[in-house]
Design a binder for this molecule. Structure first.
Ligand code: PAF
Length: 285
């Protein structure tokens, strides 16, 4: 599997595949790959003749004081894992390729509304950074299909909305969250956890599971959220938010909404953990 850094080389490679009638799938990543990413690559291979992974730690989606500098960079290990998983090409551009005018001179993509709530409220500008880089990666790679993990549920909806609003010819596929045996959602940032924090971390998943069960039993949303926040605190996590929202647009739920998602974010040591579970509620009588 080749690693390409220059846009002209990427374009030439993809053009060759297209000339041969092959479809292209893209898995955008920031590297430090785990089984969640590799599952996306496997899924990509099932959906197109060619699978491309991009690896770019996107500075535009990190806020001031966030972990841009500390973000784990494991290029050679990532390259090897991608090759073993059957990825056809790794596109790993430098920041000067993605942002030739620097970050401040970069045209940005903003998905209003969806970008400012939940994780976007805690991390202002984060989803503008995500939408901008993903839009650029789509234009660089020109994939037929792109795959994203459902762990970043809000990110997935932001990207779907961007693709719809900008009429981008890319099919977006969400792939189920891959979990550790104790339920913790896999994340590159789990590496920030100490042994004690790692033992506490599955409390996020457990509290969302409990919340999902309560929602199915008809417990009121406010009570479900209160109980989940309390459970997080009892386990030594500092909740950022727990919210129950409509699955399709993250809008506030009414009694009539059947398809909902419960989302949670919590601070634990140097890490900010996020997770979510989709729930089908019993329709109101
Ligand atoms: O989910 C991620 O790893 C990043 O947000 C993404 C989609 C690769 C954009 O930088």
């Amino acid at each position: 599997m080749d690693r390409i850094e220059r846009l002209a080389d990427l374009r030439a490679r993809v053009a060759g595949w297209r000339a041969a009638g092959e479809r292209v799938a893209l898995v955008p990543t920031m590297g430090n790959l785990h089984q969640g990413h590799l599952t996306l690559v496997r899924e990509a291979r099932g959906r197109a003749e060619r699978a491309v992974a991009s690896l770019f730690v996107n500075p535009l989606q990190f806020g001031a004081g966030e972990d841009l500098d500390a973000y784990p960079r494991t290029l050679e290990q990532d390259r090897r894992q991608l090759e073993e998983t059957g990825c056809d090409l790794l596109f790993a551009p430098a920041a000067s390729v993605v942002y030739p005018r620097g970050q401040s001179g970069q045209t940005r993509v903003e998905v209003p509304g969806l970008s400012e709530i939940l994780c976007g409220a805690t991390r202002p500008g984060h989803f503008v950074g995500v939408a901008t880089v993903v839009c650029k990666l789509f234009n660089m790679v020109q994939p037929d299909v792109a795959l994203f993990g459902e762990k970043d549920f809000q990110q997935l909806l932001v990207i779907r909305r961007m693709v719809e609003d900008l009429n981008l010819p890319v099919e977006i596929v969400g792939v189920s969250t891959v979990r550790e045996p104790d339920g913790l959602a896999m994340s590159s940032r789990n590496g920030y956890l100490s042994a004690d924090e790692r033992a506490r971390a599955p409390a996020l998943y457990r509290s969302l599971m409990q919340a999902a069960q309560s929602l199915r039993q008809g417990v009121a949303v406010a009570e479900v959220v209160r109980a989940a926040m309390a459970a997080l605190r009892e386990s030594g996590l500092t909740p950022d938010y727990v919210a129950v929202r409509r699955t399709d647009d993250l809008g506030p739920v009414t009694e009539d909404d059947v398809n909902v998602v419960i989302l949670g974010a919590a601070f634990l040591g140097r890490a900010r953990l996020i997770d979510n579970l989709s729930v089908t509620r019993i329709a109101a009588a």
